[in-house]
Design a protein around this ligand. Structure first.
Ligand code: SAM
Length: 377
């Protein structure tokens, strides 16, 4: 039995997000109050069931879960690139591949997008269509284009949006290529994470326009960046803070690890830093800049944990093992990954360990560079 109607729960969530100063403008408050999130979760979602397992949940089976829909939480809606909740009876151990992002983050990003009612917006990662609905509510059908890589996910979003009377331009395809047919746009917002901002995004946004996207890497540190497109075809901006992460745009997912290297070979030395430096979100981001192709895994060998950084493409690796008085690192391959990480992290410390909000992101048609402002600058 439903104990509290959707409108009441929605108003409570909106009040909470206003109190937290996540909702900052009356336009987005009105949009949040108007769009029922449950319309985008009609096929159910997956709940964590411990140890990476998921089980299905749905309002059709348990109407009282409407309260869950209005918690400020992300709800996974697809696993392993193919499985939707209605297809699962029991439990499943698979990686999430689509979700309804937590409403607080959705609206925070819409606020950060600095959009006004006369603008056109390109969204990357339609997902359930909830964020697309909020954009369409404010801007109208004609001004919103949303790209989703997965045709089934896009079709479900289209049905939910149409059911509420929203008809934005939904495109199925790789959002990393943008949608040149509708360009130029005033704004681009990505609700999947990228390693680098694609040149096509910059080409398709008007000079002075804004790109809002989460930039991260395979050691799993990331942050939301807001870039302004310049007249010379580059884009420049800063991270906005909050430690934001998303599921990767599918072409930016890490390659399979394959066969692990023979970690008993390589050169060995005492390490300056152990793997604990990677527990700090910003230091981990710095490490990722130093070893941009590296992935990190923990190996359990001979009764102890060892930490392996591996760059599958280049064939470089670094293994950190505990020693009596700290850590040793064993490395092999064309790059000495931990040497590079230590050098970068030492420099970042010497520069006063600035937070990610003081990092600048510059993207040209050929490359992306990320650097931090020193304490003196
Ligand atoms: C976190 S979900 C989006 C949440 C959505 N905005 C919402 O409010 O429900 C991320 C989505 O990005 C999609 N995606 C991943 N890679 C993509 C790509 N290269 N192009 C377009 N969409 C992509 C995924 O399939 C997934 O549906």
């Amino acid at each position: 039995m439903i104990d509290m109607p959707s409108e009441v729960l929605r108003a409570k969530l909106v009040a909470q997000l206003k109190d937290e100063e996540v909702i900052r403008s009356p336009e987005w408050e009105a949009a949040m109050l108007s769009v029922p999130r449950e319309a985008f979760l009609a096929g159910g979602w997956f709940e964590h069931d411990g140890g990476g397992w998921y089980r299905a949940a749905s309002l059709a089976d348990e109407p009282e879960l409407i309260r869950r829909v209005y918690e400020d939480d992300s709800l996974v809606t697809q696993l392993g690139g193919v499985i939707f909740p209605f297809q699962l009876d029991g439990r499943l151990l698979q990686a999430p591949t689509s979700s309804s992002t937590m409403p607080g983050l959705v609206v925070r990003m819409l606020e950060d997008l600095q959009v006004s009612e006369d603008m056109s917006v390109l969204e990357i990662g339609t997902g359930t269509g909830y964020s697309t609905a909020l954009l369409t509510h404010l801007l109208g059908d004609e001004q919103v284009t949303s790209i989703e890589v997965d045709p089934d996910v896009s079709a479900r979003a289209g049905a939910a949006l149409g059911g509420l009377g929203y008809w934005p331009n939904l495109v199925v395809g790789d959002g990393l290529a943008g949608h040149p047919e509708g360009a130029p746009y005033d704004r681009l917002i990505a609700t999947c994470e990228v390693r680098t901002i694609p040149a096509q995004w910059i080409e398709q946004i008007k000079p002075g326009g804004v790109i809002l996207a989460t930039v991260g890497g395979w050691i799993h540190s990331s942050e939301l960046a807001r870039l302004t497109v310049q007249a010379d075809g580059t884009a420049v901006g800063r991270f906005l803070g909050g430690g934001i992460s998303f599921m990767f745009a599918r072409p930016h997912q890490p390659p399979p690890l394959g066969l692990l290297p023979d970690v008993d070979s390589g050169d060995c030395r005492g390490a300056i830093y152990g793997p604990e430096i990677l527990e700090d979100w910003t230091a981990r981001f710095v490490a990722q800049l130093a070893a941009p192709q590296a992935q990190k895994i923990v190996l359990h060998r001979e009764g102890r944990d060892e930490h392996l950084l591996v760059d599958v493409e280049a064939g470089s690796w670094a293994l950190l093992s505990r020693a009596a008085d700290g850590w040793t690192v064993r490395q092999e391959g064309p790059d000495r990954l931990w040497d590079d990480v230590e050098r970068h992290v030492q420099q970042w410390h010497a520069d006063g360990a600035p937070p990610l909000e003081r990092f600048e992101v510059t993207v040209t048609p050929r490359e992306q560079s990320i650097s931090w402002a020193t304490a003196r600058s």
